[in-house]
Design a protein around this ligand. Structure first.
Ligand code: ADP
Length: 199
């Protein structure tokens, strides 16, 4: 995050002392920014099932990464809801793009929350497998896919915090040190700030 101009709206530190007595910690941040500008190891893309680009954050990521991203994604064979795939980030300042397919909101009784939680967990699994230290998430599913922002934010924060706590306590090779919730609008950032403070 060294070259990023944007200041976090809120930061929260999760930490656990390990058996050796040293402390591991992970910072969760809320930022209002265009995710394509962030100088982090990995940004997450709220992609569509083809992984061949679309509107919203997906379109912005493909435009900023350049046509090589589309060429690379042609070989990823799409993505199922709740799953994630990784690619290089080409012209973006980050190293990787982790593409995940969020659920479309159908009223809340169609397994949406579990699928959205899977997006966060599977993205974090890929980040750890690739030794990523800093990662930024957009508000997956809350744009065109229609997931109500507060409910999606609860899932995002719950899932990420539980994942981090479990890894800090149990995982030997946990690379992640910073997780950013990257909100495009000030309204979205205010919701993330309020809910992260309450957790
Ligand atoms: P989905 O189809 O998963 O709903 P969208 O791209 O429509 O995905 O929206 C997801 C979120 O990404 C929305 O909150 C939207 O405001 C946000 N968004 C759009 N462009 C950007 C961007 N450049 N950087 C960060 N967030 C963005």
């Amino acid at each position: 995050m060294s070259n990023t101009q944007t200041k976090p709206i809120l930061q929260k530190h999760l930490s656990t002392a390990n058996d050796a007595g040293s402390e591991n910690s992970v910072t969760l941040s809320v930022l209002q920014a265009d995710i394509t500008t962030l100088n982090v190891d990995a940004i997450v893309n709220a992609a569509n099932s083809s992984l061949l680009g679309g509107g919203g954050v997906d379109g912005a990521i493909h435009r900023a990464a350049g046509p090589e991203l589309l060429e690379y994604c042609r070989n990823l064979n799409g993505c199922a809801t709740g799953e994630a795939k990784i690619s290089p980030a080409f012209n973006l300042p980050s190293q990787y793009v982790i593409h995940t397919l969020g659920p479309v909101w159908h009223g809340g009784n169609d397994n949406e929350a579990a699928l959205l939680a899977s997006c966060y967990r599977n993205s974090l699994d890929l980040a750890v497998e690739n030794d990523v230290s800093s990662i930024a998430f957009p508000a997956i599913s809350t744009g065109v896919y229609g997931y109500p922002l507060e409910q999606a934010t609860e899932v995002a924060i719950d899932t990420v915090e539980a994942y981090v706590q479990s890894c800090l306590e149990n995982a030997t090779n946990f690379s992640i040190r910073e997780i950013i919730f990257c909100c495009f609008s000030a309204t979205d950032a205010a919701v993330y700030k309020q809910l992260l403070e309450l957790h």
